[in-house]
Design a protein around this ligand. Sequence first.
Ligand code: PMP
Length: 368
Amino acid sequence: MSMDWMARAVPQTAGLYPYVPGKPVETLLREKGLSRAVKLASNENPYGPSPKAVIAMQNAAAGVNRYPDGDANLLKEALAAFHHVNRDQLLLGNGSNEVLDILIRTFAGAGDEVVFSSRGFIVYALAAQAAGATSVSIPEADGLTHDLDAMAAAVTEKTKVVCVANPNNPTGTLHGNSALQAFLDKLPRNVVVIIDEAYYEFVADEQGDSVHELSHPGLVISRTFSKAYGLAGCRVGYAIADAQIVALANRYREPFNLNLLAQVAAVAALDDREWVMARVADNNSQRERLESALKTLGLLGGRCFGNFVLLQHSQCAEILRRLEDRGIIPRPLAPYGMADYLRISVGSAEENSEFLQGLNLILAELQE
Ligand code: PMP
């Protein structure tokens, strides 16, 4: 008789499931027998990383027989100077995903509560579940925007961590610093509050300097090199927080969690401001283009900040299938209870044209 391993796994495993990423290009090519595809499913940077980051990785590649610097000193120095913070306030992760996971595991366990928005980034729920903590999921007042008042009201003595995605993925909503500060002021001082700013660079002008404008003892600001910096495949994220919060979280961090190539790439990418600002401008103008095209079609699912847009239609499953038939990969939002929405990452000008042409043809087909 085969063993029932679920009975042996830690209890929270039963309520856990693996994160479902955007469909990889290779998978779609295999499924559909296509030779090329456009992936607009994972909010990646379509332009690639800074050429300086690529050169830095090439120069470092032959040295990967050595372990990387486990403290990522050069990257910490660069980030500390960039943000005007102390290096001991920086927690580095294999993607900001790991940063979020480590922080939740450090502060929340069985019997503790983690508060987040129902349609907030799904990793908060997964990390809370993996930690054995209780998820407190607060519905959005309008279906899209974090209800900050309701989230603050849900905080109890058991609450250890509160997570706010700003801008949120997948709903694309943004709260300004004054709304966030009013929210922070309502929270107990001993709660860890993660403001997940994975898309910050795209909204820096609207948002201002959250690192220095927001204040709360438990404030953690999380950022990533995966989006505007174009280094999603390298996996580099970081958080800025109170030094003791960082020191505690570091106890859960795996040794050498930032690989050698990721470290040199991030240092070079951070240094190439001109490149990242130009890509942010490209993204934001292409996002406006996609939003106005969707608006004209009557399909705009809401105003999105970041590098993605929302398409709303009652036949999203069918539109998804037909887009994939054409080699275009959007992200279905059924896992967020948003079956009428597709999330479309902002691609390059050519990719967006291909998407819009495909969408127009599909809409015409559906009307036949
Ligand atoms: N936070 C948000 C809101 C995200 O959308 C993502 C990526 N989709 C992440 C965090 C994690 O990104 P990464 O691990 O690549 O830094």
